[in-house]
Write a protein that binds this ligand. Structure first.
Ligand SMILES: [Ca+2]
Ligand SMILES: [Ca+2]
Length: 384
């Protein structure tokens, strides 16, 4: 990647004004948005080109961490995709999939773990790299003005709780481009991860996640592996714990309780991120497969992939190329599991079948990852 890698989310912010100008009134569209991905606003702009990720394999040192902190997820067959009435079109059709046994981190990669990687390798995340507007402009709609210099500084998107109700299709109401925001300073300059060593690392791109995984002798899970693991051995349920609603009984996950994005009742104990493993694990011993942070998967995103994949496929690895009709020139990777910003009235991303996508160079305050490892390299899917 020739430039900072943050152009995708940054461009969202830059184009927000155009979205507002060209879109129906917020009131007209307020009920249309159900996801907390960044695509909706930018999806109105058809000329964003693809790429933005270097996609280069890790060539740095490797510190093989074995299977410590991981659980062996058994192999098996299941019905992947829509399994509850709230399913989105890209979760259809439900289809039979077989996944071989594999190892998966018990919890999301933490700040402490990521700090160890950075200390060992000197790795610089995408959010910390400089931005070249001349390069970014090639991917912007014609006539996009050069943004202010302060917006061309390395940075990332930070969530800002609003003071009151806002139109839910306008992500710029709660996402703010903050120069200096990165994994070390998740909310921008002045914030730090000190005292939050056991929180999941955030503001990391798919590229960053790939690099960490390769350094650790691991890989990212495929989307099929992730969903199989999230289901925890329970057939046809909406959540990792079964079918009981998220708001019923004891807190089950870190999500947004109350009215998004302005009132959080903290019934699960956290307004923003929670330390990993704070909630009960699912049937495979995996924590936070619902909520806390979205988790990068290996696969490219294509909304019709489930229609195209062969019935009974073994260890599917996703489409050969990413495609999002909202931004057809911008390939995107899969994220799974929802985040602390999800609730039933907004995106319900913590359903086991829910799919989210973003460009591989995007880092966000609500996105992280966990790693997988093939149990039997010759037979387990996903590669490494
Ligand atoms: Ca919460
Ligand atoms: Ca999660």
């Amino acid at each position: 990647m020739k430039f900072g890698g943050l152009w995708a989310p940054m461009l969202c912010v830059l184009l927000a004004v155009a979205c507002r100008i060209n879109s129906p009134s917020p009131e007209d569209k307020a009920s249309q948005t159900k996801t907390d991905s960044l695509e909706h606003c930018c999806g109105d702009v058809p000329s964003r080109p693809g790429g933005g990720s270097d996609g280069q394999p890790w060539t740095g040192s490797v510190q093989d961490q074995g299977t410590g902190g991981m659980v062996l997820v058994p192999g098996g067959s299941f019905t992947m995709g829509a399994s509850d009435p709230h399913a989105y079109p890209d979760e259809y059709p439900p289809h039979p999939v077989t996944v071989h046994a594999f190892w998966l981190d018990k919890h999301e990669v933490t700040n402490a773990q990521f700090a160890e990687f950075v200390a060992a390798t000197g790795y610089v995340t995408t959010a910390e790299r400089p931005i070249d507007w001349d390069e970014m402009a090639k991917n912007a709609p014609p006539g996009t003005p050069r943004p202010p210099e302060e917006m061309l500084q390395p940075g990332a998107l930070v969530f800002r709780q609003t003071r009151g109700a806002v139109p839910l299709q306008d992500h710029t109401r709660w996402w703010e481009w903050v120069p200096g925001a990165n994994w070390r300073h998740p909310e921008g300059p002045g914030s730090s991860v000190q005292g939050r060593e056991q929180h999941p690392v955030v503001q990391v791109s798919w590229d960053d996640a790939q690099a960490y995984a390769a350094w650790a002798g691991k890989r990212l899970p495929t989307e099929a592996e992730w969903e199989w693991a999230a289901r925890g051995g329970i057939e046809a349920a909406a959540y990792p714990w079964g079918s009981e609603g998220l708001t019923q009984g004891q807190p089950k996950a870190n999500y947004w309780e109350g009215d998004f994005p302005y009132r959080n009742s903290e019934e699960d104990g956290y307004t923003l991120l929670a330390p990993v493993g704070r909630y009960a694990p699912n049937g495979y011993g995996l924590h936070d497969m619902a909520g806390n942070v979205w988790e990068w998967c290996q696969d490219w995103y294509h909304p019709e992939y489930y229609q195209q994949v062969s019935a009974g496929v073994i260890n599917p690895r996703g489409p050969a190329r990413g495609y999002d009709p909202a931004e057809p020139l911008l390939p995107k990777r899969i994220l799974r599991g929802g985040s602390f910003l999800c609730n039933d009235a907004y995106c319900a991303g913590y359903r086991v079948a829910a799919r989210m996508k973003s460009s591989p160079d995007s880092g966000l305050q609500h996105s992280g990852f966990r790693c997988a490892r093939s149990a039997e390299p010759k037979s387990s899917g996903g590669g490494s």
